[in-house]
Design a protein around this ligand. Structure first.
Ligand code: GDP
Length: 304
């Protein structure tokens, strides 16, 4: 992911780095190249516009620095602005002050929510937490079984309704909102300190899905609502993110499938367009293919 964007930006800066003086024409030419590279990588147009305007303004206002020549300073500016559109600082999970920390996952079907539940669970367990996964995706055939498999791989217990009718907590409804509530109740009873609630996705955004996600959110009052977006989906990422932002007012973004070879720019736009930080990245199908997202490191990686 981001390889071609990275190559393009690196090529743009190659000529610039040795320059002792930058003319306005140099800055214009560079900004034009950056704009093209970002648009070709699928970065959303308003994000590109804002980004290039910020870079241009700062590049034209450069003071002479003893440490860096103007070309290097422009690269530094681009790095900082890239970090900005990716959300600025690393954003960690907000842990509840008392009771279990509740993390709800939302996103379209196939985005990677269920897989993420296992990854996040294992990662939190590695940090000394006692997570519980809760299967509130009762739409998709096999989603509950899939979460159980994922939980087993991650070594994290799963709260799920029994197939057909009842849940382990004696809830016969098969109602995802009730399952979420019961899951949290069980977490309290068994002293889990983190609850990860997997929810249903649909192939496209629909109001029923959004209403269900909202009902689950309102029932369990999560500390974090993580919106999971498949980084391979291209331009649609921004529309989907906006719909979920309005629908469930998520608190953070997880980019999944960053191991793919898509251009990835749309995913890079999500934080900027929604104003919500990217918190984690999923980088493969295995339970360990997961990392905390650091905007500064990602910016440097892209400009490397
Ligand atoms: P959900 O419908 O949102 O719960 O999505 P799933 O967790 O079931 O994931 C959908 C598919 O994407 C599965 O085949 C996963 O193995 C795959 N998947 C999930 N995350 C990643 C990832 O980071 N990289 C890759 N390559 N595949 C992933």
């Amino acid at each position: 992911m981001f390889n071609s964007l990275s190559d393009r930006l690196t090529a743009t800066f190659k000529n610039l780095k040795g320059k002792g003086r930058l003319t306005e024409a140099d800055v214009d030419a560079t900004v034009r190249e950056i704009r093209r590279a970002l648009l070709d990588a699928d970065v959303a147009v308003p994000v590109v516009r804002e980004f290039t305007a910020a870079v241009k303004e700062r590049a034209l206002g450069l003071e002479v620095s003893e440490a860096l020549n103007p070309g290097q300073q422009v690269v530094k500016i681009v790095n900082e602005e890239l970090q900005n559109i990716l959300g600025g600082q690393t954003r960690r999970i907000r842990m509840a002050k008392s009771g279990p920390t509740i993390i709800m996952l939302a996103g379209l079907q196939g985005a990677g929510k269920t897989t993420l539940a296992g990854k996040l669970g294992k990662w939190l367990k590695g940090q000394g937490h006692r997570p519980l996964l809760v299967a509130s995706d009762l739409q998709r055939p096999n989603a509950v079984t899939q979460l159980k498999v994922v939980g087993e791989r991650a070594g994290v217990p799963v709260f799920a309704p029994h197939p057909g009718t009842t849940s382990e907590f004696d809830d016969p409804t098969g109602d995802p909102v009730q399952v979420a509530r019961d899951g949290v109740a069980q977490a309290r009873a068994r002293l889990h300190d983190v609850v990860i609630v997997d929810t249903a996705g649909r192939l496209g955004i629909d109001e029923a899905l959004m209403a269900q996600a909202r009902d689950i959110r309102d029932a369990v009052q999560p500390d974090e609502v993580l919106f999971v977006i498949d980084a391979m989906v291209g331009q649609d990422a921004v529309n989907t993110a906006q719909a979920f932002n309005e629908g469930v007012d998520f608190t953070g973004v997880v980019l999944s499938k960053l191991d793919g070879d898509a251009r990835g720019g749309a995913a890079l736009s999500v934080a900027s367009v929604t104003g919500k930080p990217i918190m984690f990245a999923s980088t493969g199908e295995n339970v360990d293919d997961f990392e905390q997202f650091h905007p500064d490191r990602m910016a440097s990686r892209i400009l490397d």
